[in-house]
Design a binder for this molecule. Sequence first.
Ligand SMILES: Cc1cc2nc3c(=O)[nH]c(=O)nc-3n(C[C@H](O)[C@H](O)[C@H](O)COP(=O)(O)OP(=O)(O)OC[C@H]3O[C@@H](n4cnc5c(N)ncnc54)[C@H](O)[C@@H]3O)c2cc1C
Length: 397
Amino acid sequence: MTFSLHPTYDDPRTAELVERLRDYLDGELADYERERGITPAGRLTRADLEPVWRRSRELGFYGIHLPEEYGGQNLTHRQLAALKEEAGASGRVLSHCVLGDMGGPLRAGDILKHATAHQLDTYLLPLVRGKRACCFSLTETDAGSDVRSMRTVAVRDGDGYRLTGHKVFSSAGPFADFAIVVARMAGTGEQEGDKPQFSAFLVDLDSPGCRVEDGATPMSGEHIESDIVLDDCHVPAANLLGEEGKGMRIALGRVTTNRLLHCPTVLGAARRAVKLTLDRTRTRQVAGGPLLMLQAIQHKVADMATELYAARSMTYAALAALDEGREVHAEAFMCKLFVAESAFRILDEAVQIHGKEGLTQGNEIEYLFRKIRMFRVLTGTSEIQRNGIAKLLAFQH
Ligand SMILES: Cc1cc2nc3c(=O)[nH]c(=O)nc-3n(C[C@H](O)[C@H](O)[C@H](O)COP(=O)(O)OP(=O)(O)OC[C@H]3O[C@@H](n4cnc5c(N)ncnc54)[C@H](O)[C@@H]3O)c2cc1C
């Protein structure tokens, strides 16, 4: 893999898809955002998102990674990553709606594999078609990295379950019709030494006993988080995902794949930051010449580009191994760790080089800095990635 801020691909299919996606992001989607006055700080509505889901589906991008039987094009992980990177590098606010990250098939992850025929028909196929949307609700105020300490509980009740608990930070919650909720089974994990069992459920957000509340606003300033409050909410047995007691494995299986697949989005944002910074160093005049003439600045952009190249190379190497059917547990932890940390350093230098512009609200670099900072916590913190790597090293080597 060679370095480029405008990557090309040898595989003709990837090259064609990336080209078509760039045209859509820079053309039609850019116009749509301009016409609607959509900015990162604005409050998005379902009415803003739904036309993009549908149009992206018409163009073949929404759920493109899925098998053909679900209307996808059966992409490899590398092909999907190339598209995710492009979406991340586009600077479009709604780029997360194009491939299905925001409430769509990418948010549901690989739970399709665990779905019954009823769940496919009622929830997941409408999701893939952009007609319904979902959020994923694992985290609670006192259960983040240590998800097993969650308090949300499921009690068996006739032909179904009653769920009670309070989930926070469910991304895409404001636009979702249903949530994938993980809860502890009542009667498990209550005594010392008794292992808790968890189950995953598809919960209709308009069910009696379920409330969607405005979630906290993270430092990115986006209003895309919800709290999901469950108060003795009845969930039919038909909405249990997979087997009872196996929900954590389903949820964390999704997180492991997501961990690697989040990386290209972040790489895209970092790539955009390097490009915007280079542009700035060429046009910003100091001491009678462009910033880029100063060696101190040249060194900074050299470091930014080098970090980007390293992070991108390792991510695509891990994705290639995954496509070959190899285990990439350690590599996924390593990529998530290194991509998050190096993207943060890249954005920090980008802010520095932009000076006061980089500190000013409304400037894209200022927004990207805040957005990228979050990635050291999201989808598993950097410390949790290090724990994972160290544990695998201890057991395997
Ligand atoms: C914008 C945003 C979107 C999110 N979207 C979702 C979503 O859609 N669905 C969802 O379920 N959750 C979501 N989350 C939650 C996210 O996954 C958690 O924030 C994350 O898992 C970390 O948990 P925590 O914030 O409670 O931190 P804590 O677990 O409280 O950790 C605090 C600090 O302690 C460290 N730490 C904790 N345990 C260990 C350990 N064992 N070893 C070493 N260090 C440790 C952490 O690394 C961190 O630095 C989102 C969060 C944000 C901010």
